[in-house]
Structures are given as C-alpha cells and as structure tokens.
Design a binder for this molecule. Structure first.
Ligand code: G1P
Length: 290
C-alpha cells in the first residue's frame, strides 16, 4: 500500500459568503485568532505526515504564496530590533524548500475541477485533500486520525460529521450502507447539497479526504452537478463503485470559516483555548452577555 505523502488544498474560491471582507484579500488569509486560515490547514497537513502540499490558487490569490516565503525587509527590521519571538512567528509557516507547490485553476468550475488541476503534481499515488474553510480542532488532528485509519484500511476515506437536517443543502451528504456501529463505515452513495427531504442522512462531508489517484480520470468525465459546478462528491460517488471507500466520523470540532457566523464562532472558540487570550476574553464575554 502506498503511503499518503501529498495533499491538495484548493484556494481558488471567491469567498462569496464572507464578502465584503474578501473583496480584495483571499478568504484563506482571514485571521483566525493570530494566524491566517491557510496556516491552520497547511500545518495540520504537515503534522499529519504529509511531505508535499499543493495549493490550487487562482486570480488574486498571490498573497497566499508570499505567506509561505521569507519577507526579507520585515525580518531584517525585526532582527535589528531584537524582536525574536515575532521574528520566529513570521518564519514559522515557511516549509522546507520544495515542499509546497502552487498550481492554478484558471476558471471557477468547481471543487472537482480544482482537484483535477493538481493531477500531474500528484501523479499515481494516494493523496489527501483539505478544504481551508473548514478548521477542525482536536488532537490528533482530523487528518492525522484519517492517515492512521488509512494505514489499516487503504482505499479512500472521507471525514464526516452530523449536521442539522435542515442544513443538508450546504454539504455533501453520505448514505451509510448499514446501521453504523463504529466511527469508520462503508457507504452506499453520496450526494452533493441535497434538499433536506431528499438527503439520505444527516452525515455531512467535512472537508478532509484521502483519495486514490483513479479519481482524476473520473473527474475528467464528471458532468457539471449541483450549482452548475464539477463536484468532487459526484466523482467520489463513482469511485465508490470501483474501490473500497469509507466514511470516518473523526473526533474533534469543525468550524466553517467560509461563513461569517462560523468564522466569528471559530475565533471565539480558538481564542478561549489559547493561553494568551482565554482569561481576558472570557471575562470580557461574561460582561457583554450579562
Ligand atoms: C464543499 C464540498 C461538500 C462539503 C463541504 C464542506 O462544499 O463540495 O461536499 O460538505 O465543502 O465544507 P462547499 O462548501 O465548497 O460548497
């Protein structure tokens, strides 16, 4: 069984749900406590043992590339003033040279198309996909838990979690094959953004995937689906007919930071877990709520 060495992180989306905040900056650079969103998902990938991250970018996303590079003037200024801790924090995102690649999705044709754009960099090996809007807390991370499962199961694994029945039209929804009695289970199908009355369950795909490279050939022939876009969920539904495919209810809490309220909640929640802010912030919140 080949190990999961590479991860695709699609960052070409417009971030329409968080406009106007993202009118002139990529949504992936919105701050979450003290780091941009993209930092969380890239760090999660490297910590899970991924060796090479492929960011699929698009127009107006150049600032994301700079975040993962040296900033010589800034660093020289910090060094001259002996601001060592800050200097360390600005260097922290810089991975080993060559460990991050960038490729471009030239047209907004959907998540499935964005993943397909990375096919040559991935080649013929299994890979992870992490969606940067979805920040998952918990240790080990959701992706690390999945990589652990994968070493036992092989095949394909997607993270799922329960959502409110009325929200199924915001997610990919899976249909479990049988009664679920463990965190890892097989499915009979999956469907992108079904209306609540058509949803096969309330188990939503959460934005972490481990997939086999055969998905690329399927993506190539996947017609436009929900929202007029080429959907990864549709290609995965086809791959499930050919290969072992598991859903995995990971341990942890997810935050949808591509949504205004989700982003606000994520900031409060993560800040309350952060030693620097937790006590002052919880005092402040108590005052405000009372
Ligand atoms: C994407 C996927 C969907 C998944 C969701 C998780 O949708 O297509 O299956 O449930 O991410 O956030 P998007 O939010 O990009 O529309």
């Amino acid at each position: 069984m080949k190990p999961v060495r590479k991860a695709i992180i699609p960052v070409a989306g417009y971030g329409t749900r968080v406009l106007p905040a993202t009118k002139s900056i990529p949504k992936e650079l919105l701050p979450l406590v003290d780091r941009p969103l993209i930092d969380y998902v890239v760090s999660e990938a490297f910590e899970a043992g991924i060796e090479h991250v492929v960011l699929v970018t698009g127009r107006g996303k150049g600032a994301i590339e700079d975040y993962f590079d040296y900033a010589f003037e800034l660093e020289a200024g910090l060094e001259a003033k002996n601001k060592t801790a800050i200097l360390e924090s600005v260097r922290q995102p810089i991975a080993k040279a060559g460990a991050i690649s960038f490729t471009r999705q030239q047209a907004p044709l959907g998540l499935g198309h964005a993943i397909w754009c990375a096919r040559d960099i991935i080649g013929d090996e299994p890979f992870a996909v992490s969606l940067p809007d979805v920040v998952v807390t918990g240790r080990p991370s959701a992706l690390a838990q999945m990589v652990g499962e994968y070493t036992r199961t092989g095949g394909n694994i997607i993270a799922v979690e329960e959502v409110a029945k009325e929200d199924t039209n915001k997610y990919g929804i899976v249909a479990p094959k049988a009664e679920r009695n463990s965190a890892l289970f097989e499915m009979s199908g999956m469907v992108e953004k079904p209306a609540p009355e058509k949803a096969p369950s309330n188990l939503a795909i959460t934005g972490r995937y481990i997939l086999q490279p055969e998905i690329f050939a399927l993506l190539e022939k996947t017609p436009r689906g929900a929202g007029g876009e080429i959907q990864l969920t549709d290609a995965m539904d086809a791959l499930m007919r050919e290969q072992p495919f598991f859903a995995y209810e990971y341990e942890g809490e997810s935050h949808d930071c591509g949504d205004k309220l989700g982003w606000l909640k994520a900031n409060v929640s993560l800040a309350l877990q952060n030693d620097e802010f937790s006590s002052a912030l919880s005092d402040f919140l108590k005052q405000k709520v009372n």
